[in-house]
Design a protein around this ligand. Structure first.
Ligand SMILES: CC[C@H](C)CCC(=O)Nc1ccc(S(N)(=O)=O)cc1
Ligand SMILES: [Zn+2]
Length: 261
């Protein structure tokens, strides 16, 4: 039948040794956003973002990417508005990138791939007790996606880049204080939004995606710094942390809305 062939088609991805789509998944991420098929929704409000740099905790290499984690026991670093019905708390941000500048992002725009993509992960602290609970709920998470493209040196990113050698190997962690991730957001307010999932296991269908239309520019050395990270722990045979993006997933019965005309 089509379902099993569909599942069979999802070969085991080298990175995760698990089926790429949760069987029966109807809202998987990432997707290709076809600009002309997206629907302007005049009821979408501006996204309100307010991050407190003092909630920044540490940066760590979790063996998939490097994450900057935030203190989320109070409503200090939050987003609201846009497509969201509640206020969501920032938990962490991380990136996906390629071995070369020709690919690396998870989402694509009219099949255009970017060299990297930033994900700012938030959870619905109004409806749920913890991030872990929210991960399992359809309206549990909100992730802002920002494309990175090759261009000018990015001043705000450099503080992150300078900390990467300290988390070269899987499970290494280092204190990271007073960083405001809004410096990584483009000034243009335009975004697309759709209902999707986590792009790494557990792949749960709990994410309201907010994909910024404008990319931020970073320079070659800054992108190269991501590529010197390792998937592997100290003592293991070194494997460079590159190509940590999931392949595109079928749109199925979903509409992508735009906040702009
Ligand atoms: C038990 C589950 C555990 C707590 C979840 C840990 C987690 O945060 N996973 C995560 C977060 C974001 C993305 S993405 N790439 O932004 O879609 C992918 C995976
Ligand atoms: Zn991600």
């Amino acid at each position: 039948g089509t379902c099993c062939s569909y599942r069979l088609r999802d070969a085991l991805h080298p990175l995760w040794q698990s089926p790429l789509s949760v069987p029966g998944g109807t809202r998987q991420s990432p997707i290709d956003i076809q600009w002309r098929d997206s629907i302007f929704d005049p009821y979408l409000r501006p996204l309100k973002i307010s991050y407190d740099p003092d909630t920044c905790l540490h940066i760590w290499n979790n063996g998939y990417s490097f994450l900057v984690e935030f203190e989320d026991s109070a409503d200090k670093s939050i987003i609201m508005g846009g497509p969201l019905e509640n206020q969501y708390r920032l938990k962490q941000f991380h990136f996906h990138w390629g071995a070369i500048n020709e690919w690396g992002s998870e989402h694509t725009i009219d099949s255009r791939v970017y060299p990297a993509e930033l994900h700012l992960v938030h959870w619905n602290a109004v409806k749920y007790e913890s991030f872990e609970d929210a991960v399992m709920e359809g309206n549990g998470l909100a992730v802002i996606g920002v494309f990175l493209k090759l261009g000018a040196y990015h001043d705000g990113l450099q503080k992150l880049v300078d900390a990467l050698p300290a988390v070269k190997h899987k499970d290494e962690i280092v204190e990271f204080d007073s960083f405001d991730p809004s410096c990584l957001l483009p000034s243009c307010p335009d975004y697309w939004t759709y209902a999707g999932s986590l792009t790494t296991p557990p792949l749960t269908e709990s994410v309201t995606w907010i994909i910024k239309k404008k990319a931020i520019e970073v320079d070659e050395d800054q992108l190269e710094a991501f590529r010197m990270l390792l998937f592997t722990s100290p003592g293991e045979e070194e494997k460079r942390m590159v190509d940590n993006f999931r392949p595109l997933q079928p749109l199925m019965n979903r509409t992508v809305r735009s906040s702009f005309q």
